[in-house]
Design a protein around this ligand. Structure first.
Ligand SMILES: Cc1ncc(COP(=O)(O)O)c(C=O)c1O
Length: 449
């Protein structure tokens, strides 16, 4: 009787062990843990699995020495704790996916390994950060610091924004990629990061896109966004240029900027915020230019505007619209029809769309095309005298984006772009997208294969 009980007990424990091991395996494969603990638990679970099988079928079950039941119990216990620790890691990894706020405390040379006991007080002052779940602070060896994913915003040290377009003929094309490479290399020089051969990177990107060609949407509205990024990776605390850099390219399909046709935007023009200044880095596409624009952008939304019109100087020069170059189509004070955009004087990002629109307008030869300073007073006078026809932003994301209202010094200025049927804006949109999607053959569109 006693033997029967012990056998049943051992069988029960072994079965437990087996079930735990299997669930551990499933958990491991579900969450794909990279951590060494999980690898260890995987090994142990495999061991437990075989042990359990052995125990279940072993003739020893019939005799059941008491030591075996102790072993079964220990194995059950180990697998149970493994599951508990695996679940903990699983939840931590899951939280990482959802706006987790991490605190890693590390020093370059030490090998300390520890956790810090209290997060509640440490992070209490950070609670306004929306839906961030602080994870347990970790003191870790520098080499163990979990490097964020390359797509994390912190890494947009300097970058480019390009697109791959699937044409009406099913061929995939890039739009003026050499222009992006030139701009990226200029940004690299300005950041003291190593430069590279832009044409070689284009070849690599084409290879990537042709491998991933099914990610380029089959549509004239959607595209594959391409984000070449360059970051310094020299392990130093000093303010010095980095001799080591990482160049990587991220891609992802994106939908149309205006899913239901051109939609005008409203802007707030507040001289208290400045995007770029002479001698600064506004003419380069580097991450440090963008983070400080997020607060004014959030403020704009709060007061019912969609984007910021960036002003500069005592005379409130209009420089850029959000992350787009600015264009105005009007009759100037000399009575000439003119397309005007601010000059590349160091505070304007040299947009590839901007350059393309200027070249297209020059080639049409129908109106004057100028790169000149436009102030708020020019705009207001032009509006009062009904000389302004269209104001729009231009950039890779939307191609062109009509403006209908500017909130300036407490007054709403109505911009008649849509009243004029956005004729020029729409014409530019069609001309550029026809080239990008292969409806019109043009050497600006480079086939990927
Ligand atoms: C500040 C700024 N201006 C203008 C542009 C438009 O440039 P592009 O036409 O090359 O997209 C961008 C977009 O990258 C930008 O970030």
């Amino acid at each position: 009787m006693c033997i029967f009980h012990t056998n049943t007990f051992l069988a029960f424990l072994s079965l437990h062990s087996y079930l735990f091991s299997v669930s551990l395996l499933i958990l491991n494969s579900l969450f794909l843990f990279p951590s060494s603990l999980c690898f260890l638990s995987l090994l142990l679970s495999v061991y437990l699995f075989f042990h359990s099988l052995f125990s279940m079928s072993s003739p020893l079950l019939l005799n059941c020495p008491p030591t075996l039941s102790i072993r079964g119990f220990i194995f059950s216990f180990i697998s149970f704790s493994l599951i508990a620790s695996t679940c903990t890691i699983a939840f931590q990894e899951r939280r990482r996916e959802h706006n987790a706020l991490f605190l890693y405390l590390t020093s370059l040379w030490s090998n300390h390994q520890s956790t810090v006991p209290s997060t509640t007080t440490l992070f209490s002052s950070l609670s306004p950060i929306k839906s961030c779940t602080p994870t347990w602070p970790v003191i870790s060896a520098h080499s163990d610091l979990a490097v964020p994913r390359p797509s994390d915003a912190v890494f947009k040290y300097l970058f480019e924004g390009m697109k791959a377009y699937r044409g009406v003929d099913n061929k995939i094309r890039l739009f003026r990629p050499s222009e992006n490479m030139n701009r990226m290399i200029n940004s690299a020089k300005r950041t003291s990061l190593p430069t590279f051969d832009g044409q070689e990177l284009i070849i690599c990107m084409k290879k990537l896109i042709s491998l991933d060609k099914e990610w380029v949407p089959y549509s004239k509205n959607d595209t594959l966004y391409i984000r070449p990024t360059l970051i310094g990776i020299e392990p130093t605390l000093g303010v010095s240029s980095s001799n080591h850099a990482l160049l990587f390219v991220l891609t992802g399909p994106v939908g149309p900027y205006f899913p239901t046709g051109l939609k005008p935007v409203s802007l707030v023009a507040d001289p208290k915020y400045v995007r770029a200044w002479p001698g600064g880095s506004g003419a380069y596409k580097m991450g440090s230019n963008y983070a400080p624009t997020l607060w004014p952008q959030a403020e704009a939304i709060k007061i019912g505007c969609q984007q910021v019109l960036w002003l500069f100087g005592e005379d409130h020069q209009m420089t850029e619209v959000g992350t787009m170059n600015l264009f105005m189509f009007w009759t100037n004070e000399q009575g000439e029809k003119e397309l005007i955009t601010p000059p590349l004087n160091g505070i304007i990002l040299p947009g590839i769309t901007r350059k393309s629109l200027l070249e297209l307008a020059h080639s049409w030869g129908e109106f004057k095309v100028s790169e000149n300073v436009i102030t708020m007073q020019h705009l207001i006078k032009g509006l009062e005298e009904k000389r302004v026809e269209e104001v729009f932003g231009a950039g890779t994301a939307c191609v062109v984006c009509p403006v209908e209202r500017i909130l300036y010094e407490g007054k709403n200025l109505h911009i008649p772009t849509m009243d004029n049927n956005a004729v020029l804006t729409t014409r530019f949109l069609k001309a550029l997208t026809d080239i990008q999607f292969g409806q019109v053959e043009h050497n600006w569109a480079e086939p990927v294969e």
